[in-house]
Structures are given as C-alpha cells and as structure tokens.
Design a protein around this ligand. Sequence first.
Ligand code: 6PG
Length: 242
Amino acid sequence: MSTPEVIVHEDSGTLAGDIASRLLEALELAQAGGGVPQIGLTGGSIADAVHREVARRAVDSSVDWSRVVFWWGDERFVPGGSPDRNATAARAAFLDTVGVDPARVHEMPAADGALDLDAAAAAYGEELRESGSGAFDVLMLGVGPDGHVASLFPGHPALDVEDQVAVAVRESPKPPPDRISLTFSALAHSRQVWFLVSGAEKAAAVAAGLADEGSVGATPARGVRGQDSTVWLIDSAAASQL
Ligand code: 6PG
C-alpha cells in the first residue's frame, strides 16, 4: 500500500484541469504500453468538472476512447437515466461525446424493477469479477464532508462487508437512501487511487483523512490506498486545515 501524497491547487477550476490532464496522460501511457486501461469513476461536483474538462481536452489527446473500460465506485439506486445517477452525469459530461465503446462502460444496475438492491449489488460484483482486469489503473474517489468515499459512510454497516465486491447500502445519510458501493476490499484493487476534493466544507474531512491517527469507521477515506500511489488532489480551501 502506498503512502498518501497531497497536491494542492489554487481553486476548483485549476484542480479539475490538472486532474483531467493527469487522467488523459495515464490513459495515453497505458495504451502506449498496449493496455486497455480500466478506470473507476466517481460522482459529485468536482468529478463533474473533471469530466467536462476531459471532454474539452479529448480532441487534443491521443487517447483511443474505444479502448478504455469504465466502472463506478458507487451509484445511487434510482431509475435508469435519472439525473441523480452518477452514470447519467458522466455520460452527459463526457462519455457520450468522446467515442467510448458502450460495451466497455459498466454502469451499476438501476432501480428499474428487474433486480432488488441486494441482487443489483451482487450482479455488479459478478460483472466486475468477470470483466474486470483485476485492478483499476486509476480509481477516482470524491470525498464527502463527513469523510465518506464511494457510498461508504462513517459508522455504516456497509463498512464492515469484506466478503463481497459490491454492497447494498441502505439508509445512506446522504440522499438518496438506497445505493450500491464497491467495498473496501474491491476498492483496494487499484494501482492508483486519486481523491478529488474541493471546498472549505471538506477541509475537516481532508485533515482527518490524512491525519497520523484516526479510524476508518469515523473517516472512511482512510480505508482506501492505491497499490502504486495514493494522491489527494485538492484545492486550497479543502487544504485549509492541513
Ligand atoms: C454520491 C457520490 C459521492 C461523492 C462525494 C463528493 O453518490 O453522492 O458518489 O460519494 O463523490 O459525496 O461529492 P461532492 O464533490 O459533490 O461533494
């Protein structure tokens, strides 16, 4: 497991631009080596800004978007196409415009009546086991003001699920209440983990995430590290308590 590194940008705009360039660079590098990179996407406001920056810069990059595989670390269990879904936002921001192969975009199941929440989480776990390469090249994670990552919230029973790839999350403190999240054991299968954090309301969570002492139960972000690197990409407001 890697030791966390912290990179601070002046504001959310420069932060999103830097993360987008890093992502394009990581994709180019992996593809230059013959790989089909697997990326773990997140939801939230800074992720949205990153996705829009990726779309804007995609024309100038040499990334072959038909050879990138996309997964999500978590998803809200609401009907397909709902604006509340992390996948809907990512599709609108960049996936639908840059030329990805739809077969390589692995959305988490939606609440469309076909599967209940537990079955939906199990199905996604199975899909990742079968079609994943064993590790995400890059896993991006937003962090909540309470220190949650993916849909792993402080003190929630889902934190303790270790024998599943994806877990059903009920009564999430952040709406909507029903969600699917990858578990800590699944998130750990990542070469690079990037935490994307912007805003003063996240400063305490960033400080707790990086403190020498602290528990994963209180600050779930402490529980995810990349195999090769763990980078906190944050703006100066989010860094204000470091
Ligand atoms: C969700 C997101 C969530 C998000 C963080 C940060 O489903 O709500 O996946 O985990 O990444 O809460 O979101 P913001 O950047 O909007 O604060």
